[in-house]
Structures are given as structure tokens and as C-alpha cells.
Design a protein around this ligand. Structure first.
Ligand SMILES: Cc1ncc(COP(=O)(O)O)c(C=O)c1O
Length: 313
């Protein structure tokens, strides 16, 4: 067992180094679902989840989340009854991305406990993507399945160095899984990439050992970015969004703008700002735009100014 900075003990046999979070996801998918299987995917969701299941021959069953609550207190909601009802004889796993790309939804401990209970009763795997778990704006970290799981629970954690340490281009991450799956995971790594370059592994160790000051700087920049965009758009009645609790995206809708793909293209041409159309994130994303606020404050302030000015025309 290794002690972590947070004082927990972790078994090194649970960790498998991968070429970024995407490779960890690929391996997780290979282990739980294949042709003819179904996987439940709450949406709006990072499009690569869907892609990873489709290329494995499995069918993602999208479960649209909804933006509910009163103005100023809106929150994305995962309907547990609908989640239960979406489980069928072919279902093999549930994907839980918290904090979420693109909505910023951050599951509460109660929500995680409920999802885990459902997965246990139904014999399902959970693919837990908690890569933004430390990018939160209240508290040290987001609630995690690690807080509620017991030995033997079927949970595969996707992780990466890409976000906390801005190492996307280094392509390094890890999969955390029950150690008895080790031989299978090692084969899947062997037959896909045959391993992870040593220099990237050394860089990851340096980031993990010495990257705290950098991470703290990143987080304060992300928090500033969030406040700038939320304050700017919060002042416009036409714009609806849940103030993100975690990750670095704002997912908003604008009254009177249904076709956000065309809108995103117009905003590139006419305001010089790049936003992602919500339809890219699956069911429930139509009519929304995703704004990434992991930018320095001056850039966020300028982008917010341009967006607000464009909307006011
Ligand atoms: C939710 C989520 N999971 C995983 C990843 C994968 O990151 P990478 O493959 O760069 O490690 C991303 C990247 O955007 C993401 O948003």
C-alpha cells in the first residue's frame, strides 16, 4: 500500500498506466461491453464516450439530463428513476462523468451512493470518469465513488494528467481497476500500444510529485475564468445556465437561439470567439453552447465582452 497526500492508502496493483484518459476509456470499454451490449450514458456528455462504445460494437443508451430549478439556482439533474428504467437485459455498464464535461454537473455523495446501489443490484459495471475531480470551486475535491465504494465493487476509474497538469500533449493517464483484472488490462495495453513511453511516465511522476503549485495556479485561473463568464452572462435574461460546480465548462442556452451549430459558426466569424455547439454532446445538448473557461482572465474578459456585445445587437 502507498499512502497518498490525502492520507489514504492505495494499492499500487489497482493502477495501470495508459496513453491518456482516452486509452484508459478504450480499455475500460473493451472489458465491459462488446457487440450487442448496451451501456447507459447520461448526456450531454463528452462525445468520445459514445465513440468508444460504438467502435467496440456496443450501443450507448443516452439518458438526457435536465436543467432544472429556479433562476439563479439551476442545476443539471440525473433522474434516478429514468436511470433505473433504462437498464435492460443487455445493459452492462453505466458511465458517470463527474464533474462533467460539458455541463459542470458534480454528483453529490447521495447521488453516487444511489448510482452505486443500482449498479450493485443489477450487476453492472460503473465507468467512473472523475478526471476533473480536483477542479472544483468549493472544497478540496468533488465527491468520488472512492468515498462510497467497498472492496469488490465493479468500478473502473478513468484518469489523466491532461487537465490538472495541462499535459494533454504528453498523452499519459491511468486506469484504476480491481487488481484481479490486471492480467486482462496488461494484455489490452500490450495489444493496443505495447506500453507508455518512458519519458512521458517520468514527466507524469514529476507532475504528481512536484506539480501542486502549478495545479493551484491553474485552479485559481480557472475559478477566475468561471466567475468572469458567469457574471457576464448572468446579467443577461436570455441566457440560462447552471453555475458549474466543477470542471471548466459553462453550458448555456440562449432564448430565441435554437440552432446553436449555426450560432457557433456565426460567433467565430462575427465575434472571433470559439464555442462548441451543444448538439455535439448528445441528447439534451441541443439548443446549448459550451464555453471553455480554462483561460487567462484577460482573454476570458475579452471573450465575455464580445459575446455579451454580440447578443445585445
Ligand atoms: C470527460 C473527459 N474524459 C476524458 C478526457 C480524456 O483526456 P485525455 O485523453 O487527453 O487524457 C477528456 C478530455 O477532454 C474529458 O473531457
Amino acid at each position: 500500500m502507498y499512502p497518498t497526500a490525502a492520507g489514504e492508502s492505495v494499492d499500487p496493483e489497482r493502477f495501470f498506466v495508459t496513453i491518456g484518459g482516452m486509452h484508459a476509456l478504450q480499455i475500460a470499454v473493451r472489458m465491459v461491453a462488446g457487440a450487442g451490449d448496451e451501456v447507459i450514458l447520461p448526456t450531454p456528455a463528452w462525445p468520445n464516450f459514445r465513440g468508444a462504445f460504438v467502435i467496440a460494437g456496443a450501443t450507448p443508451i443516452e439518458l438526457p439530463m435536465t436543467l432544472a430549478g429556479r433562476v439563479g439556482k439551476l442545476r443539471w439533474q440525473l433522474d434516478m428513476e429514468r436511470l433505473g428504467a433504462a437498464i435492460g437485459p443487455r445493459t452492462r455498464a453505466i458511465v458517470v462523468n463527474t464533474p462533467a464535461n460539458p455541463t459542470g454537473w458534480t454528483a453529490t455523495l447521495d447521488e453516487l451512493t444511489e448510482i452505486l446501489g443500482l449498479a450493485r443490484r443489477q450487476g453492472l459495471w460503473i465507468i467512473a470518469d472523475e478526471i476533473y475531480g480536483r477542479v472544483v470551486f468549493g472544497g478540496e475535491r468533488a465527491p468520488s465513488f472512492r468515498d462510497v465504494m467497498e472492496p469488490g465493487d465493479r468500478i473502473l476509474f478513468v484518469q489523466t494528467l491532461s487537465k490538472n497538469w495541462s499535459m494533454t500533449g504528453w498523452r499519459i493517464g491511468w486506469l484504476e481497476a480491481p487488481p484481479e483484472l490486471g492480467p486482462v488490462i496488461e494484455n489490452l495495453v500490450q495489444y493496443s500500444t505495447s506500453g507508455v513511453p518512458v519519458f512521458a511516465q517520468r514527466a507524469a511522476i514529476a507532475a504528481l510529485d512536484e506539480g501542486e503549485a502549478f495545479f493551484a495556479h491553474q485552479l485559481s485561473r480557472i475559478r477566475q475564468g468561471r466567475d468572469i463568464i458567469c457574471d457576464g452572462l448572468g446579467a443577461i435574461d436570455r441566457v440560462r445556465f447552471a453555475r458549474p460546480d466543477g470542471a471548466f465548462y459553462l453550458f448555456c442556452s440562449i432564448d430565441g437561439e435554437e440552432d446553436t451549430r449555426s450560432l457557433a459558426l456565426k460567433l467565430v466569424d462575427e465575434a472571433g470567439i470559439g464555442l462548441a455547439p451543444g448538439s455535439a454532446f448528445g441528447a439534451g445538448g441541443e439548443g446549448f453552447l459550451r464555453i471553455c473557461f480554462a483561460r487567462k482572465a484577460e482573454d476570458m474578459a475579452e471573450a465575455t465582452r464580445r459575446l455579451v456585445a454580440w447578443l445585445a445587437r
